[in-house]
Design a protein around this ligand. Structure first.
Ligand code: NAP
Length: 432
C-alpha cells in the first residue's frame, strides 16, 4: 500500500478535536477509500493538559503551532485555530514554505487573505482546501468548484449563518424580541458571548466573499461586501412578513449585474414558496444558479463539531487520493480583479414600515416623497397598534423595483417628517 498521509493538527477545540475523532473512528474506512492510511502525527493547542476526550500521547506535541507547521513530520497541516491574522495565517504560510498541504475551516482568514494564500499554495505546488469554511458540513465548495464547473454561475445565495437563522426562526415561532432570543441562543451555545460577528452579518460576509471568488473567478474581495445584520428586526416585521407571504432570513447574495458583482448580506423577505424560506433553526442552505444546470439547492448543518469535521476530513481525503484543483476554481494568477457593484445601484423591491401619527394628510406626505424620489408603491397596509384613538399607527408599504439610492433618499426625507414618530424600517424583498 502507498505510504501513509501524515497530518499535523493545529487547534484542538470544537472542530480540531472532532476531526481527530472522525479520523480515529473511521480509520479503516478512510484507508479503504484513500488507498492509504491517514496518520495524525502531531498536534498543537494552547493547553497541553486539557481533556480533549482522546489521548494525545501518541502525537508529537507542539506548544507553538507555527513551529509545528515548520518542523513536524507531516504532509498536511490542518489549521483549526481561527482568526483572520496572527497565528492562523502564520501556520498556513509556514506550511507552504515547508512544502506541506493546508486544510483550514477558517473563513475569516480566507476572506481577508484568500488570494495571497492561494498564490502561496500554488507556488509551493500544494493544496489549500477549505470546504469547512463555507456552510460547515454542506459540500458547497466542491459543488461549485467541481460539480458545476461546466456552467457560468449567474447567482449564488444562501443562509450562511446558523446563529442568525436560529434567532430569526425562534423570534417568528415565539413572538419574542431579538435581545431576548439572543440571550437564549448564548445560553444554548448557538451564539458567542460577543455575538457581533454573527448578528451583524460579518461571518456570513466572510463566507460570501469566498463563494463569490469561486463562482465568478475573481480575487477574494471581502472589503466590497455590503453587510447589514439582524439587530433591527422586530417581531412586528416578522408578523407583517408572514402576512405578505414572506419569511425574513439573513441572506447572503452574490450576483453579476450590469454594474459589476454585487456581494450583499442583509435581512431579506424570502417568498414562502421558495425552498430556503423553510430552512429553519441552525441550518444553512445555499442556492447556486448555473446557465446549463439551472437552480441547485444545498442544505445541511452549517456549524458544530461533527458537520465541520466531516468537511475537514473530506478535504484531507482529497489530498490523500492525490486530487488537486485550483484553490478558487481557476489558477490564482488568473483570478480576475474584483468588480464590485456599488450598493447604491442595487435594484429590487422593498418593504417599508413606518410608525406615524394618526392624522389626515400623513399618507399623502409620505407618497409625495416617494413620487419625488421615483419610488413606486406596490401595496400598503395600515394597522393601529393600540385601541386608543390618536395613538400612532403602523403603515407598511411594499415597493415595485426601485434603486437602493432612491429608497434611501426617500426614507431619509420621510424620517424627517414631523408626523413620522420612529425611524422608518426597511427590509429588502428577495426576487428568488
Ligand atoms: N465551531 C464551528 O462550528 C465551526 C464551523 C465552521 C468553521 N469553524 C472554524 O473552525 C476554526 C476553529 O473553530 P473552533 O470552533 O474549533 O474553535 P475553538 O473551539 O475555539 O478552538 C480553537 C483551538 O485553537 C487553539 N488555539 C488558540 N490559540 C492558539 C495558539 N496561539 N496556539 C495554539 N493553539 C491555539 C485552542 O487551544 P485550547 O483548546 O488549548 O484553548 C483551541 O484548541 C475557526 O476558524 C472557525 O471559524 C468553526
Amino acid at each position: 500500500m502507498t505510504q501513509s498521509l501524515t497530518v499535523a493538527v493545529a487547534g484542538l477545540g470544537t472542530v480540531g478535536a472532532e476531526t481527530i475523532r472522525v479520523l480515529q473512528k473511521h480509520a479503516d474506512l478512510l484507508t479503504r477509500r484513500c488507498g492509504r492510511e491517514i496518520a495524525v502525527t502531531a498536534v498543537s493547542a494552547r493547553s497541553k493538559s486539557a481533556d480533549r476526550g482522546f489521548d494525545i500521547a501518541p502525537f508529537d506535541w507542539y506548544d507553538d503551532p507555527v513551529a509545528m507547521a515548520r518542523e513536524a513530520d507531516a504532509d498536511v497541516v490542518i489549521e483549526l485555530i481561527g482568526g483572520e491574522d496572527g497565528v492562523a495565517k502564520a501556520v498556513c504560510e509556514a506550511a507552504f514554505e515547508h512544502g506541506r498541504h493546508v486544510v483550514t475551516a477558517n473563513k475569516a482568514l480566507l476572506a481577508h487573505h484568500g488570494t495571497a494564500l492561494a498564490r502561496a499554495a500554488e507556488a509551493a505546488g500544494k493544496s489549500l482546501n477549505y470546504e469547512a469554511a463555507v456552510a460547515g458540513g454542506i459540500p458547497i465548495v466542491k459543488a461549485i468548484r467541481e460539480g458545476l464547473a461546466g456552467n457560468t454561475i449567474e447567482r449564488v445565495y444562501g443562509i450562511l449563518n446558523g446563529t442568525c437563522n436560529y434567532i430569526l426562526t425562534t423570534m417568528r415561532e415565539t413572538g419574542r424580541s431579538f435581545d431576548d432570543v439572543l440571550e437564549d441562543a448564548q445560553k444554548l451555545g448557538y451564539a458567542e458571548a460577543d455575538p457581533a460577528f454573527d448578528v451583524d452579518g460579518v461571518d456570513a460576509a466572510h463566507k460570501l466573499a469566498i463563494l463569490t471568488s469561486l463562482a465568478f473567478g475573481t480575487e477574494v474581495d471581502f472589503g466590497s461586501v455590503y453587510a447589514e445584520g439582524i439587530r433591527n428586526i422586530t417581531p412586528l416585521d416578522i408578523e407583517y412578513a408572514g402576512d405578505l407571504g414572506y419569511r425574513i432570513k439573513l441572506l447572503a447574495v452574490a450576483r453579476r449585474t450590469e454594474h459589476g458583482i454585487e456581494q450583499r448580506v442583509h435581512p431579506t423577505m424570502v417568498p414562502l414558496d421558495t425552498p430556503i424560506a423553510h430552512v429553519e433553526g441552525v441550518f444553512n442552505a445555499v442556492v447556486a444558479e448555473g446557465d446549463f444546470v439551472d437552480t441547485t439547492v444545498y442544505q445541511g448543518r452549517g456549524a458544530g463539531g461533527g458537520p465541520t469535521a466531516s468537511a475537514v476530513v473530506a478535504d484531507i481525503v482529497d489530498i490523500a487520493r492525490g486530487s488537486s484543483v485550483p484553490v478558487f476554481a481557476v489558477p490564482a494568477g488568473d483570478l480576475a480583479a474584483p468588480q464590485p457593484a456599488d450598493m447604491d445601484l442595487h435594484e429590487g423591491a422593498y418593504y417599508v414600515r413606518l410608525l406615524v401619527q394618526d392624522k389626515p394628510g400623513v399618507i399623502a406626505d409620505v407618497t409625495a416623497v416617494f413620487r419625488d424620489e421615483s419610488v413606486s408603491m406596490e401595496s400598503m397596509i395600515q394597522r393601529s397598534q393600540s385601541a386608543d384613538e390618536g395613538d400612532p399607527v403602523s403603515v407598511v408599504m411594499t415597493t415595485h423595483n426601485t434603486v437602493e439610492k432612491s429608497i434611501r433618499g426617500a426614507l431619509q426625507r420621510i424620517g424627517d417628517l414631523e408626523t413620522v414618530v420612529e425611524t422608518p424600517r426597511m427590509i429588502r424583498i428577495g426576487a428568488l
